[in-house]
Design a protein around this ligand. Structure first.
Ligand code: ZN
Length: 341
C-alpha cells in the first residue's frame, strides 16, 4: 500500500512516499481503508524524535476516518462498509483509571499514529473497540478534523478547568485545531470567549465561531487588553497550549481564583511562576492530556447534531504530506490540515 512515512527522525525531508505492507489484522481488529487523516503538531514532534519507542518506518497520523474493508473473526458489531473514525486515544478499558474516565492515565494508553502506525497511508488497522461509527452528516475530511482536538479541548475545559456558564475564557492560539474546538465548547457551555491569535485573518475565524473579544498578540499587549475587556478583573479560565512564548502574559490574565489549563508546549516547555502571585491570588494551573472515550463520544454526538463544526483549512493529497507539515510548522493555518490518499 502507499504510505507517506519516515525511516529516520528529522525535518520534513525525511518523509517519503513508500510502498509498505497492508496491515495484517488480528481476530479482534478491523482494517480501515483511509479516506482522510488530519495533521497534529504531535506528528511533527514524533517525526523529529521524542524518545518514545515507535515502529519504523513510521506512519504518522492520529485522526483517521475511512471505511471498514475487513473484519477479524471475533469482531461482533463493526461490518465491512461501515464509515468509521479510529479513536486517537486507546486504552485498556479495564483498569481503575479507565473506569474513572481518566483513560489517558491508563498504563496502556497510546495514541494511534504515535505509538502505532497511523493514517497517512491507504490502510490502517484498529481494535473493534477503537473504531467509532460516523454518519454522512460530514465528509471524511471533516470528521477527521474532530476527534483528537475536540476530546482534548473538552477535557481541558469541562473536566480540568471546571467550566461553568457565565465564565470568561481566554483561548490562546485561537485558530489552531485545539483553539477552534475550545472556542466552540466554551461558547456552547455559556461562556464568554476572548480569542488570542497572531493575525487578523485568524481572529476573523475565531469571531465566526463565537469569540466576542479579539486580541492580535502581534500588535497588542495581551494582559492589558484582557484587563480592559473584563473591567480590570481578568478571566476565569485561560486555555493554553502555546507554551513558553506567552506563558507569563497568560498567567497575568487570570482573575482571582482563576484556572489555567494547558495541553501543549509548542513554543517551548520551560516556564516560570511567581509563587507570591500564584498563592495570594489562589490560582490553579492544571494539565490535560487528550481525554476519555466518553468525552470523545459526547463531542462526536454534538458534531453529528451540528452544534460543533469541523474547521478544515486545506485538504492535501497524501503525497503532499511534507508540504502540509511544513505549512503547519509555519503556523499559517486556520483550523485543521487534512490529507487524503
Ligand atoms: Zn486502562
Amino acid at each position: 500500500m502507499r504510505a507517506v512515512a519516515f525511516a529516520r527522525h528529522g525535518g520534513p525531508e525525511v518523509l517519503e512516499l513508500m510502498d509498505l505492507p497492508k496491515p495484517a489484522i488480528a481476530d479482534d481488529e478491523v482494517l480501515v481503508q483511509v479516506k482522510a487523516c488530519a495533521l497534529n503538531h504531535l506528528d511533527v514532534w514524533v517525526r523529529k524524535g521524542i524518545g518514545t519507542k515507535i515502529p519504523m518506518p513510521h506512519i504518522g497520523g492520529c485522526e483517521t476516518a475511512g471505511v471498514v474493508v475487513e473484519v477479524g473473526s471475533r469482531v461482533a458489531k463493526v461490518r465491512v462498509g461501515d464509515r468509521v473514525l479510529i479513536s486517537p486515544g486507546q486504552s485498556c478499558g479495564r483498569c481503575a483509571w479507565c473506569n474513572q474516565s481518566l483513560d489517558s492515565l491508563c498504563p496502556e494508553f497510546i495514541i494511534a499514529g504515535h505509538q502505532t502506525q497511523g493514517g497517512f497511508a491507504e490502510y490502517a488497522k484498529a481494535r473493534e473497540w477503537d473504531v467509532i461509527p460516523i454518519s454522512d452528516a460530514w465528509s471524511f475530511a471533516e470528521w477527521a478534523a474532530i476527534p483528537l482536538t475536540f476530546v482534548t479541548a473538552w477535557n481541558m475545559l469541562h473536566h480540568r478547568a471546571g467550566l461553568r456558564a457565565g465564565d470568561t475564557v481566554l483561548i490562546m492560539g485561537a485558530a489552531s485545531g485545539v483553539g477552534v474546538a475550545g472556542i466552540q465548547i466554551a461558547r456552547h457551555a455559556g461562556a464568554r470567549v476572548i480569542a488570542v491569535a497572531g493575525s487578523d485573518e485568524k481572529l476573523r475565524k475565531a469571531a465566526e465561531l463565537g469569540a466576542e473579544v479579539l486580541i492580535n498578540y502581534q500588535t497588542t499587549d495581551i494582559a492589558k487588553a484582557v484587563r480592559e475587556a473584563t473591567k480590570g478583573e481578568g478571566v476565569d479560565i485561560v486555555f493554553e497550549h502555546v507554551g513558553a512564548a506567552q506563558w507569563t502574559s497568560a498567567l497575568k490574565c487570570l482573575r482571582k481564583n482563576g484556572r489555567l489549563v494547558t495541553c501543549g508546549a509548542t513554543t517551548g516547555p520551560k516556564v516560570e511562576i511567581d509563587l507570591r502571585f500564584f498563592f495570594t491570588q489562589q490560582l490553579v494551573v492544571t494539565g490535560a492530556y487528550m481525554g476519555s472515550r466518553s468525552e470523545l463520544l459526547r463531542c462526536l454526538d454534538l458534531v453529528e447534531r451540528r452544534v460543533f463544526r469541523p474547521v478544515v483549512d486545506t485538504v492535501f493529497p497524501l503525497e503532499d504530506l511534507r508540504k502540509a507539515q511544513e505549512r503547519m510548522e509555519q503556523r499559517a493555518v486556520c483550523g485543521k490540515l487534512v490529507v487524503t490518499p
